[in-house]
Write a protein that binds this ligand. Structure first.
Ligand SMILES: *Cc1c(COP(=O)(O)O)cnc(C)c1O
Length: 504
């Protein structure tokens, strides 16, 4: 693991053991952090010095010329560079201290963590409720519609269909359930081949295995990070040769950004293969003035807790085909035939959304436009803060599309990009800021190691490159300005440190 460069704060607080108590008091006063980091001749941390240490020392003895080396010995409590926020907090509680220095492999202090930072963890994407969710939920309680199904389910389906401009919608227990039913309704059967974007969350493709079908993964293109039309073309050529034409294509819209529908859909149409549009991450996004999720033969949304709006857990299958959605509703309720005694002719699932959760969804849908606007503002804050920083490129938003910036994502370039990205993530994590690498592509997952994969260009694996040096930053619509400042500050230092490392 390469050593993280020292944070400016850690640099400012480093003092030699030979510093006199008097000078230390002055230095402490000037720095205003209530702590100094006393280092030996090799720069290794020998002890932390607090206000209290100096006050007690001065009260006990006023020997002129006393230095930090004369303080009663007190081995420093510190952590290594890969410590996470939980470990640091435990240490603080155990020793009743409010600062923990971070030391590198040589014992040199490179960072300092304050207890107040750890008190308020900053999440990647946390639920953000509006004002009307409880009204809908209370109505469900008042009218005793606690069971699955009910008026909120019908209302939520109507409202999502209207919002996205699609004819019909079925509210389900999760986005994954919606993809599973969508695949079945497009006719996917055991042994079939299904194409799927590789750079995505595993919920996009696990349902292919639920159907007993065989996934084939398609790389991303650099222009949108979404499915590469060139790779899709080559996958179809291969499928023709191998007599493995796919039953459908799972087309994912990543991180709030629509895939390039004008390039991808004609390829699928030409081969007569239907599209399942996985818009789990792109509700509220637009492509050429149409709602994301409205382009596939079926579309899927997710209302999981980390998505742009949430029902705590839930999903929606949408389509212009009324009969298909009617069948989805039937399969999602154990495939009951219309008979009082519960008649069954085929296997079904328990995949419906409950009326209580649909109430939360109706309230959330009302604030979706504000949520999109705020997530875009969060992105804009990062963009402006790091304008002109070399070696950092944001996920593109191609002309003609509107991303929700569900997550603000970027990728580092240049020498040691992956190591620098890892150092950034480590630094944010120990300061209780949740950031993550970009999704690990499915073709690199052990679960899918056997699946065929088509690169953007032969020899150019775009999604693998994005995984290697990409990162997702805290992006919630409920991030405060102060929280955003905190992330930007740490990120700025981490990037600057990485840049100087790369030059060293
Ligand atoms: C979240 C997500 C899913 C799955 O949705 P759940 O509601 O969590 O089951 C599927 N695909 C993508 C791309 C997702 O991000």
């Amino acid at each position: 693991m390469p050593t993280d460069a020292a944070s400016p704060l850690a640099m400012r607080l480093r003092v030699p053991l030979s510093l006199t108590w008097k000078d230390a008091v002055q230095r402490m006063d000037r720095e205003g952090e209530g702590i100094l980091l006393a280092v030996d001749g090799q720069g290794a941390l020998r002890r932390t010095v607090t206000d209290g240490d100096l006050r007690r020392a001065l009260l006990a003895s006023a020997a002129p010329g006393s230095t930090l080396a004369d303080l009663p010995s007190n081995p420093p409590i510190s952590v290594g560079e890969d410590a996470d926020a939980t470990a640091v907090r435990q240490l603080m509680e155990q020793h009743r201290i409010s600062h923990v220095p971070v030391v590198d492999a040589q014992g040199r202090p490179v960072d300092l963590i304050h207890s107040r930072e750890l008190a308020g963890r900053i999440w990647l994407s946390s639920p953000h409720l509006g004002e009307e969710e409880t009204v809908f939920v209370e109505e469900a309680f008042r009218t005793n519609w606690i069971a699955p199904l009910g008026p909120h389910v019908d209302g939520f389906e109507r409202e999502v269909a209207a919002f996205t401009g699609v004819g019909h919608a079925a509210a389900l227990s999760s986005g994954t359930a919606a993809i599973h039913l969508g695949l079945l309704l497009l006719g996917v059967q055991p042994g079939d081949t299904v194409f799927c974007s590789s750079l995505t969350f595993v919920g996009s493709c696990n349902p292919i295995l639920y159907c007993g079908a065989r996934p084939v993964f398609i790389d991303s293109e650099p222009g949108s990070w979404n499915m590469s039309p060139a790779a899709l073309e080559r996958a179809f050529e291969w499928a023709r040769r191998e007599n493995r034409m796919p039953r459908c294509v799972v087309l994912v819209n990543l991180y709030g950004q629509s895939a390039d529908m004008d390039a991808l859909l004609p390829i699928c149409r030409r081969h007569g293969v239907p599209v399942l549009e996985d818009a789990a991450e792109s509700l509220g996004a637009r492509y050429k003035d149409r709602a994301s999720g409205s382009f596939g033969d079926v579309g899927v949304f997710s209302f999981n807790g980390n998505k742009i709006i949430t029902t705590s857990g839930g999903g929606m299958l949408v389509s212009d085909d009324a009969a298909l959605i009617a069948r989805a509703r039937k399969l999602a309720t154990q495939a009951r035939e219309p008979a009082a005694h519960y008649e069954h002719r085929e296997v079904g699932f328990n995949y419906r959304m409950s009326n209580v959760l649909a109430g939360i969804g109706r309230g959330q849908l009302k604030v979706l436009p504000q949520r999109v606007q705020r997530r875009r503002e969060v992105f804009e804050t990062y963009r402006q803060a790091f304008e002109g920083v070399d070696g950092l490129a944001w996920m593109p938003e191609p002309a003609g599309s509107l991303s929700t910036r569900w997550l603000t994502c970027g990728v580092l370039h240049g020498p040691g990009a992956q190591a620098r990205r890892d150092a950034v993530l480590r630094r944010l994590e120990r300061h209780a800021i949740e950031a993550r690498p970009v999704w690990k592509p499915m073709h690199l997952q052990p679960l899918y190691a056997q699946a065929p994969y088509f690169e953007h260009e032969p020899g150019t694996d775009v999604s693998a490159g994005l995984f290697e040096a990409g990162l997702c930053l805290p992006s919630g619509s409920n991030l405060s300005a102060a929280q955003l400042d905190r992330v930007v500050d740490h990120l700025r230092h981490a990037l600057a440190a990485g840049a100087s490392d790369a030059l060293a």
